[in-house]
Design a protein around this ligand. Structure first.
Ligand code: HEM
Length: 388
């Protein structure tokens, strides 16, 4: 999409697409402005003039989460789990995350010298981590994966819109049912996990969370961090393998450099390419009038390649420290899970680097992810020499 972004940044940086009935915003400065201004640009899809209330049971759950609420409600919801996602809280768990990544890699890496980065590491790792943080038994992690995939998927080839909606709804129901049971369980028997934190907020005096909001929170945490982190880890291996010299060698054993390189991956191959907002009042941008109730897509992936902001924006420079990229969003909704995603990427990649060297991409044509808003590939086969 990067050539398209560049053309749009130059020729139509803010434009209306009548087919999708939405505005598109492409330049860094404009994307940041939208994300900075919650009053004018709401995160709540319900503000859109063409919004249709979801009908099926469970379908609206995700709409009641922090992701789609504006302040002040947003802040109350986010505060319930905020502490758990702080870097210093997560640091305690790093050794355990390392073990989990290590186990996956010990199964995958062998004298054959081939693996699929997605299937062997980037896909199972984040779902296991969030499963453990939430406190779901590891025997349920497979079900988990299927759900979180279904919810972010686009319709598969040949599937009708109705069949797709049915499938989505069934998944919502199953997941809702599952988490309801877990919530009941934690109510009786609270533990040191995120589910218990959510349950306590739900049942505490003053009802911080309704039952629906507690369910929505579980689903959001499960969905928001899986396919995104999968693609961060995968895009990182792809960037490293394509870089000049042997970046794997340079980064091995150097967690600081690795952390910086991961940040550049978030800029250069942003796992989340776009976010959506709704104008709450008429507003002018680059001479165009966006009306109250209009939907707006801000293209993070384009902002992150804007040559007006980043020098040689189309180059992957692992030592650039692009602190101001918008790959995790910006402002009120800045990604809650960013510290977790960074930690998972660092741990997963450094465990990989410990085990392999001379890494090459094994295929030249890669299949893009089927999910509509996530940027990455379905699988990433690599060849390597095993380190002994
Ligand atoms: C919000 C990206 C990983 C949980 C966001 C937003 C972006 C983003 C762009 C802003 C949404 C908006 O402005 O509307 C990413 C990327 C990730 C990642 C690129 C991985 C590379 C995670 C993880 C979790 C998580 C691991 C948690 C387990 C959330 C939540 C929000 C959010 C709860 C909503 C925050 C709010 O509304 O205040 N993420 N995310 N994300 N992310 Fe992430």
């Amino acid at each position: 999409p990067f050539d398209w972004y560049e053309r749009m940044r130059d020729e139509a940086p803010v434009r209306y697409d009548p087919e999708r009935r939405t505005w598109d915003v492409f330049r860094y400065e404009d994307v940041k402005r939208v994300l900075d201004d919650d009053d004018t640009f709401s995160a709540d899809p319900g503000e859109a003039s063409d919004f249709v209330e979801p009908e099926g049971p469970g379908e609206g759950l995700i709409l009641d989460t922090m992701l789609f609420e504006d302040p002040p409600r947003h802040d109350e919801l986010r505060n319930v789990v905020d502490e758990w996602f702080q870097p210093r809280t997560l640091a305690d768990r790093e050794p355990h995350f390392r073990e989990l990544a290590g186990e996956l890699l010990d199964d995958a890496v062998g004298p054959g010298g081939e693996m699929d980065v997605v299937g062997d590491l980037a896909y199972p790792f984040p779902v296991t981590v969030i499963g453990e943080l939430l406190g779901v038994p590891s025997s349920d992690h497979d079900r988990f994966k299927t759900w979180s995939d279904t919810l972010v998927e686009a319709a598969s080839d040949g599937e009708s819109a109705d069949a797709f909606a049915d499938r989505q709804q069934r998944t919502q129901m199953e997941m809702g049912q599952y988490f309801l049971e877990m919530i009941e369980d934690r109510r009786e028997d609270p533990r040191d996990d995120l589910l218990s934190v959510i349950v306590t907020a739900e049942s505490s005096e003053g009802e911080t969370l309704s039952r629906e909001e507690a369910l929505g929170m579980c689903i959001l945490l499960l969905v928001a961090g899986n396919i995104t982190t999968t693609n961060l880890i995968t895009n990182a291996v792809r960037c490293f393998a394509e870089a000049d010299g042997d970046l794997f060698d340079d980064l091995r054993g150097d967690d600081r450099a690795l952390t910086g390189a991961v940040e550049e991956v978030v800029r250069y191959r942003s796992p989340v390419q776009a976010m959506s907002r709704v104008a709450t009042e008429d507003v002018t941008m680059r001479g165009e009038t966006v009306e109250a109730g209009d939907r707006i897509i801000v293209w993070l992936g384009s902002a992150n390649r804007d040559e007006r902001k980043f020098e040689a924006a189309d180059e992957f420079r692992p030592d650039r420290s692009p602190a101001q990229h918008l790959g995790f969003g910006h402002g009120t909704h800045y990604c809650l899970g960013a510290p977790l995603a960074r930690l998972e990427a660092k741990v997963g990649l450094s465990e990989l680097l410990d085990r392999v060297e001379n890494v090459r991409l094994a295929e030249t044509s890669l299949q893009p992810t089927r999910s509509s808003f996530v940027y990455g590939v379905e699988s990433l086969p690599i060849r390597y020499d095993e380190r002994r």
